[in-house]
Design a protein around this ligand. Structure first.
Ligand code: FER
Length: 265
């Protein structure tokens, strides 16, 4: 496809599968070889997700429509990237995100970098945004699973209770959802409040109020703690926006236009 490049980024030997999509009116060659400047959004899926999920593709297309290049990347143990699902941890995802950001910074056409992710990818967006706050223009955590570190410390993940002081070797939540102890050990160490306090730029949080996987109230709590966040509720919607995906893309569109100094139509 004329507007798309597909390739792998290496994180110390782990292959990170990536796709870079350009806006319709630009040609990949023009941007990669000439002095064209565009904002770039890095877009990350959630736990068990991948870059072809309906809500991920919808956000990618929306960002392309408002003139952004979009770099979708699949994290450790997901999609066509390296590693086994049961060996993934948030530490590995944080390392992967830094490798993707480093790659994005080698692209001459990039004016500003934006980070967007869904659910566990939304939590990753918050963490990577804090680690690289001087490099990221804005964050877009969508239905962020911001409670994972807290529930890992309290002894509950994927609806399965466990003793947080005597971490089980694995948690099997059925439907091939197997996480190992290192997932829990890493999650317990993550300080979400620290991450929030270390990102002062604009943040757009979008969350369905009927989300059963990541309850909406967690986003009300984090939105209140960020220096500059707005929260767009999607009334009654589910974790992956089965009912009102267009409200998600509209919120993303309006935010990106505002960030780039344009007015929504
Ligand atoms: C959990 C709740 C939600 C959890 C993971 C998620 C590993 C992630 C959801 C997603 O990324 O869609 O308890 O534990």
């Amino acid at each position: 496809m004329r507007n798309r490049r597909e390739f792998y980024i290496s994180d110390d030997g782990i292959r990170i599968h990536a796709k870079l999509d350009f806006p319709e009116n630009t040609c990949a060659e023009e941007c990669l070889e000439e002095s064209c400047k565009l904002p770039l959004m890095i877009l990350i899926h959630g736990f068990t997700g991948d870059m072809e999920e309906r809500h991920i593709v919808a956000v990618q297309r929306t960002a392309n429509q408002v003139g952004f290049a979009v770099l979708r990347a699949e994290m450790y143990g997901h999609g066509m990237s390296g590693g086994a699902f049961c060996d993934h941890t948030l530490f590995k995802w944080m390392s992967n995100a830094m490798a993707v950001i480093d790659y994005a910074r080698t692209l001459d056409f990039v004016s500003d970098l934006y980070l967007c992710g869904h659910s566990q990818g939304g939590l990753l967006t918050m963490l990577a945004g804090a680690m690289e706050s001087d490099r990221i223009r804005a964050l877009l955590p969508l239905s962020p699973a911001s409670m994972i570190p807290q529930t890992a410390r309290e002894g509950e993940l994927l609806g399965v209770p466990f003793d947080p002081a005597a971490i089980p070797m694995e948690i099997d939540a059925g439907k091939s959802l197997l996480i190992r102890e290192n997932y829990i050990r890493a999650a317990q160490m993550i300080d979400v409040d620290l991450a929030i306090s270390r990102y002062k730029g604009p943040v757009l949080i979008v969350h369905g109020t009927g989300d059963e996987s990541v309850p909406y109230h967690y986003s009300e709590e984090i939105a209140a703690k960020y220096a500059d966040a707005r929260l767009v509720p999607v009334p009654g919607d589910s974790h992956c926006y089965d009912f009102h995906l267009e409200q998600v893309t509209e919120a993303v569109r309006a935010f990106l236009l505002e960030m780039t100094g344009r007015k929504p139509d």
